[in-house]
Write a protein of this length. Structure first.
Length: 354
């Protein structure tokens, strides 16, 4: 879903569907009359008037299908999530805590659909591009939903995993949190880079058109607007967080290799490899002025780095009283303080009061 969203943006397909119809919109145009009606609506948009004037209906179909499948996949995810959630809920296979967490994720998904349309609507008024603020919010919420689902999944898998929190020092946990925070900031700045198409400028590395800090970095007034609407500043910030990760992640890997248990060391290897691949993709994407394939791969790579960072934090988090890492490693009851699963009608782990 995230990668397809990136392809939709990079191919300028996101404004091809000018209405939000959560239910009726699931049915694609089936007749020539349907296609003609949709194309006429698109021809009244700023994008057609200013960018695609003279586009044929065959060309319109090319951008329509990308946006249509992006929206259709969103609907499919909602069904794939809601149907088993209700099934397990009605069969009382979920405890209250897990039910509330999953219900919250579903609500976030509904908000994401509305936010997606709110983003598209910003490009149907005067300028044929969506607001960079709304695009970044849409991207950030997608990562938040994915992160919530991943964290819940790791909690459910915890009884079968080797939990290493007891063997790790608080310093390593704080460093993992710092890495994850910088990853999140890099993702947000990447949203602004995409929103104002800053990747089309300063296509050199490691300098930005011969400058370490571009002279245009504070050309907008008031000064704070530069962080959201100045190509030089937005791209500089994105590079800055990438450089920070290039320092922090190897430092974390080295400390984990020296002091952490084997599961954490393996995750540290994954994080280091994912970041190396992502930085390489980012440089290639920049030097080639953001071709669709590299741009989409770079967006997907951010999700891989985010996944590895969250997995590291989950493995290093504090073990609550009553459930030890050693117990979790042996698969004994109480090994996962957050496991809300039931087996054979009985809850494993802590009581509801705990």
């Amino acid at each position: 879903m995230v990668v397809l969203g990136g392809v939709t943006r990079l191919t300028h397909s996101g404004l091809s569907i000018v209405e939000w119809q959560p239910l009726v919109g699931a049915v694609p145009p089936l007749t020539d009359a349907d296609w003609t009606a949709l194309f006429e609506k698109y021809r009244r948009t700023p994008e057609y008037e200013q960018v695609n004037r003279g586009m044929s209906i065959a060309e319109f179909k090319g951008i329509f299908w990308l946006e249509y499948f992006h929206r259709l996949l969103g609907r499919a995810i909602g069904i794939a999530f809601l149907a088993p959630f209700l099934w397990f809920l009605l069969r009382r296979r979920l405890d209250a805590r897990l039910a509330w967490r999953l219900g919250g994720v579903f609500l976030l998904g509904a908000v994401q659909g509305a936010l997606g349309w709110y983003m598209v609507a910003s490009g149907l008024v005067a300028e044929p591009r969506v607001s960079q603020y709304r695009l970044t919010a849409h991207l950030a919420l997608a990562f938040a939903i994915y992160g919530a689902m991943l964290w819940i999944a790791l909690d459910l898998l915890a009884p079968r995993a080797r939990r290493a929190a007891a063997a790790a020092g608080s310093g390593l946990r704080r460093l993992a949190c710092a890495v994850t925070l910088v990853v999140c900031l890099m993702i947000v700045t990447g949203g602004f880079v995409a929103g104002i198409r800053a990747g089309k400028a300063y296509n050199t590395f490691p300098l930005m058109n011969g400058h370490l800090v571009p002279p245009e970095i504070f050309m907008l007034e008031p000064w704070w607007l530069n962080f959201f609407g100045n190509m030089a500043t937005v791209q500089f910030d994105h590079r800055l967080f990438a450089w920070a990760l290039a320092f922090l992640v190897p430092l974390f890997w080295w400390r984990a290799w020296r002091t952490a248990a084997l599961p954490v060391r393996r995750l540290a290897h994954l994080l280091l490899a994912a970041l190396a691949a992502q930085i390489t993709l980012g440089i290639a994407t920049l030097l080639h002025a953001v071709p669709v394939v590299l741009g989409a791969a770079h967006q997907g790579g951010a999700l891989v780095v985010f996944t590895a960072a969250l997995a590291v934090n989950h493995a290093l988090r504090d073990v609550r009283p009553g459930g030890s890492a050693a117990a979790g490693a042996r698969g004994l009851p109480g090994g996962s303080p957050d496991s809300p699963c039931r087996r054979g009608g009985q809850r494993t782990g802590h009581s509801r009061q705990a």
